[in-house]
Design a protein around this ligand. Sequence first.
Ligand SMILES: NC(=O)c1ccc[n+]([C@@H]2O[C@H](COP(=O)([O-])OP(=O)(O)OC[C@H]3O[C@@H](n4cnc5c(N)ncnc54)[C@H](OP(=O)(O)O)[C@@H]3O)[C@@H](O)[C@H]2O)c1
Length: 277
Amino acid sequence: MAPATALIIGATGFVGGHLCELLATKHPQLRLLCLMRDTTPQKANDLNKLNPSVEIVEGTLEDSAIISAAAEKVDVVIHVAHSDYAPSVQAVLAGLRKRASTDSHRTPIYQHMSGLGVIADNVRGEKVDFVKEWTDVGFRLDDCPKDNTHLASDRQILEAGTRSQDGIQTAILFPGLIYGHGKTPRSGAWVPFYSTFAKAAGHAGTWGPVEVSQYCIHVRDVAAAVLCVLGYLLEDATRGGSDGLCKQIQLDDVLTRELIEDGCSLRDVPGTDHVMA
Ligand SMILES: NC(=O)c1ccc[n+]([C@@H]2O[C@H](COP(=O)([O-])OP(=O)(O)OC[C@H]3O[C@@H](n4cnc5c(N)ncnc54)[C@H](OP(=O)(O)O)[C@@H]3O)[C@@H](O)[C@H]2O)c1
């Protein structure tokens, strides 16, 4: 059964803007409640241009009662506002649990955007003897360095997704550094951040004397991944909960397919033959 209503938290953001636009194409029938702070007609209009199904719910992440009440009314909540503000996560879960306890026809869905900070080794350029390799196959939050960022929110979500009573299907996404252009006035913060340092130093480089690596991903791929995981949850192809940590997606293929659908010619792009076939 297709979802009828979704609550988007962070719709005016970098990821949220792309997500709203993609939802208009892939789920045009979906009624979208969007939490918005400091609402202005301009902000609301900008969002409506991306997705005409948007309805504004005025409030901030600190307004737990508003978030819970909105979550209780919807089939799906997608939180792409803040990976670390745990009270907003609690408010979403409280609302969805209430919904689950009163509506036995559909298990509510919660998708949350965390980040790869959960696996950071917190090295700052110094030499280390062992660098742990991570994979999303069999990934467990308990394996992450315990004081890492995002984990307080993520643990709550995992616990809610694995409960048998008043069940919620939960999925958490862990993007690396996100780049690209925003659909709203918000855009990727990291390229300007790093280029400011590079300009001041007169060269681009790494932190410290040893290799530094950080994964990055295009904002359109991140938004497409949210929709892809939503599709799996709706089709019951994943149960959410601990499964919702480990669904593997070929993100490059998602973006490539979209580019083809948008009429781009990929004949000269290496590595896309399998998608075009
Ligand atoms: N950007 C990255 O490189 C990156 C990497 C990994 C993970 N993430 C995670 O991915 C998610 C999306 O990131 P993003 O770059 O799209 O963020 P963003 O551009 O900063 O957007 C944040 C969104 O949340 C809203 N928001 C923030 N604080 C709020 C508050 N107190 N009350 C109400 N609304 C609030 C903002 O509203 P306004 O428009 O009113 O400000 C905006 O809609 C976040 O959870 C972030 O932690 C981001």
